[in-house]
Design a protein. Sequence first.
Length: 153
Amino acid sequence: MTQGTGMNAAKALDKAIRKEIEAHTLYTSVARKMDDPAARGLLTELAEEEVRHRVMLEDLPKDQAASFKPPQGRSRSVASYLTSRPLRQDSNLQQVLVYAMKREDEARAFYQTMARAAANGDLRVFLEKLSAMEDSHKARLEILYEDVFLQED
């Protein structure tokens, strides 16, 4: 067990898989409610990518999974300055995008922290790749947010 966290390798891996499942569920649910085809398409694509991440984590070789380490802290980023509320049935697109950007940033930080702690080089590269993918998701959501909500007249 990793000191101070109460989380061992198996629990850390399970948490990562749960985060991917939650992200998939969120994007799928919200995409169905979107009138804007571009927003619906982006959210659907992100949902599909989260499934691929989950499969990658589930297929992780046992020797690498055994050295999976839980995160030891939180990273600060621009997304941390946004205000997010739990999503509800009546959440609007702006609320959904802010929530999704924050989740993607948290996922990026989670994988990056685990990558820094990984003793296995292959696992480190794998986790860094997942972190970069989550960062890419956040960037795409930010572009959509800017296009929709930060338009200059």
